[in-house]
Design a protein around this ligand. Structure first.
Ligand SMILES: [Zn+2]
Length: 381
C-alpha cells in the first residue's frame, strides 16, 4: 500500500530544503502543510526561541478513528549536519546520494518522509487508526536540544517510535548515557627562552594527563574520547592554559561515573606534579573541570508493548526486525528520560554525517511498510 514513488519524491523534495540546526523553518512550514492536509492539528512550540533558532518543534495531533487504540508517538528530526546547504540528491537506480559536496540529509529526512507516507496511506484508504502524535524536532544534531525543550504534556501518546537510525531491520532499544566534559588546565606563563623555569607548561600538563587516560573503547558498553584541544599563544611563550573537551558514554551509569572521574583524576594528578617556587610563592598547575550530563541512557525492555508491536508488525509482513543496543544518542534518549517509552527504528540512511552519505530506497520502503503495519495493528488492538 505504500506508494513508493510518492515516498521517494517527498524524500527528495525534503532533502532539497536546507535545514541546518536552528534553521529548520522552511522545512517545518512544508511539513505543517503536509500534516494539515492529512487532517492533523499542528502546533509549533517555543523551542526555537529557547535555542536561538528560527522555528520550534512541530507537533501534529491526528485524532484517530479507533478510539480504543493507545495513542502512538512517531518522531523524526528536521535538522541536518554540515555541510548541508544546497544539497543536490543524485539518484542512480534505487540508490540516492549527494553530489559529494554535502551530506545527503537522509538523516533524518528519511524518517520524516516515512511518517508522512504512512499517515497518507491511512488517510487515503480510510484505514482505522488510533490517535497519533507526530513530533518533528529541531536541533537534534546540536545535542538533542529540540527534544530537551519539548513539553511532553502536549502529547497524548506515552509510547512510540523515533525513526532515526542506520542499521536497516533493527530497532534500537538501548543507548548509552553520555557526559560532556570541559577541562581547563592552568599553568604559568613565562618567556620560553629567557626564563622557562618561571613557567609551568599547561600543554605539557594536559599531555601527561591525557597520556594516562584510558580512552576509546573502554569495555563493551563504555567509550571515552578527548575530541578538542585548544591552547597556547606562541612558540616563545610557556603556555598558561589549555582547554580540553571530551565525552564518555556508557550503558551503565556506574561505569559512566567511574570513567568520568578517571579522566578528571588523570589531569589532576598530572597537575600536582608541576609545581614551582617563585619569589617565595608556591605555584601549582591546576585543573578546572566542568562535567555535564549530555543525555541519559535509553533502556526499553524487550517486553515493552512498543517492542512487541514492532515485532508483530514485521512478522505480519514476513519481515524481521531485531532489537539492538547502539553507541549513539538520539531524541529517544531524551523522550525516555521524560517518561515516555520510545524505541528507535532504522530508516535506511547510511554513512551518515559524511559527504558519502547514501540511502537505498528499498530500505526506506521497508521501514515505511513496517510503520504502516504498526499503525494498523495498533488500531486492531
Ligand atoms: Zn539523526
Amino acid at each position: 500500500m505504500i506508494n513508493h514513488e510518492r515516498l521517494d519524491n517527498l524524500l527528495i523534495e525534503l532533502i532539497k530544503i536546507d535545514s541546518l540546526s536552528r534553521k529548520e523553518r522552511a522545512v517545518a512550514m512544508r511539513l505543517q502543510r503536509e500534516m494539515e492536509s492529512l487532517g492533523a492539528a499542528v502546533f509549533i512550540d517555543d523551542a526555537g526561541e529557547k535555542v536561538g533558532g528560527d522555528v520550534g518543534n512541530l507537533i501534529a495531533h491526528f485524532p484517530g478513528t479507533a478510539a480504543h487504540a493507545a495513542p502512538l508517538l512517531l518522531s523524526a528530526h528536521m535538522d541536518t549536519v554540515v555541510p548541508g546547504e544546497g544539497i543536490t540528491p543524485i539518484r542512480n537506480g534505487d540508490i540516492l546520494r549527494s553530489d559529494g559536496r554535502t551530506v545527503l540529509g537522509g538523516d533524518d529526512k528519511s524518517g520524516v518522509a516515512i511518517i508522512c507516507e504512512a499517515l497518507r496511506v491511512i488517510r487515503e484508504n480510510n484505514l482505522p487508526c488510533g490517535a497519533v502524535d507526530v513530533v518533528f524536532t529541531i536541533c537534534e544534531e546540536a545535542g538533542l536540544i529540540g527534544a530537551k525543550c519539548l513539553d511532553v504534556s502536549r502529547l497524548r501518546a506515552r509510547t512510540g517510535l523515533v525513526l532515526d537510525s542506520d542499521s536497516i531491520g533493527f530497532l534500537f532499544t538501548k543507548a548509552p548515557a553520555s557526559n560532556r566534559m570541559e577541562f581547563r588546565v592552568h599553568g604559568l606563563e613565562a618567556h620560553a627562552g629567557m626564563c622557562p623555569e618561571k613557567g609551568i607548561n599547561a600543554i605539557q600538563v594536559a599531555a601527561e594527563g591525557i597520556a594516562g587516560m584510558r580512552l576509546g573503547r573502554i569495555d563493551h558498553e563504555t567509550t571515552a574520547n578527548i575530541g578538542v584541544v585548544e591552547g597556547g599563544m606562541a612558540v616563545n611563550i610557556v603556555p598558561n592554559q589549555v582547554i580540553l573537551r571530551g565525552e564518555a558514554r556508557s550503558h551503565s551509569q556506574e561505569k559512566l561515573d567511574r570513567q568520568t572521574a578517571h579522566m578528571r583524576q588523570c589531569l589532576e594528578e598530572a597537575a600536582t606534579g608541576h609545581t614551582l617556587e617563585l619569589d617565595g610563592k608556591r605555584h601549582t598547575a591546576r585543573v578546572e573541570a566542568k562535567v555535564e550530563r549530555n543525555y541519559d541512557r535509553m533502556d526499553v525492555p524487550d517486553s515493552a508493548p512498543i517492542v512487541t508491536l514492532v515485532h508483530s508488525a514485521a512478522k505480519r509482513l514476513n519481515l524481521e526486525v531485531k532489537t539492538l543496543a547502539t553507541g549513539g544518542g538520539c531524541d529517544a534518549n531524551v523522550l525516555n528520560q521524560k517518561g515516555l517509552v520510545v524505541a528507535n527504528l532504522s530508516t535506511g540512511m547510511r554513512d551518515i554525517h559524511t559527504v558519502n552519505e547514501w540511502l537505498d530506497l528499498n530500505d526506506l520502503h521497508f521501514s515505511a511498510r513496517i510503520v504502516l503495519e504498526i499503525l494498523r495493528l495498533n488500531a486492531a488492538g
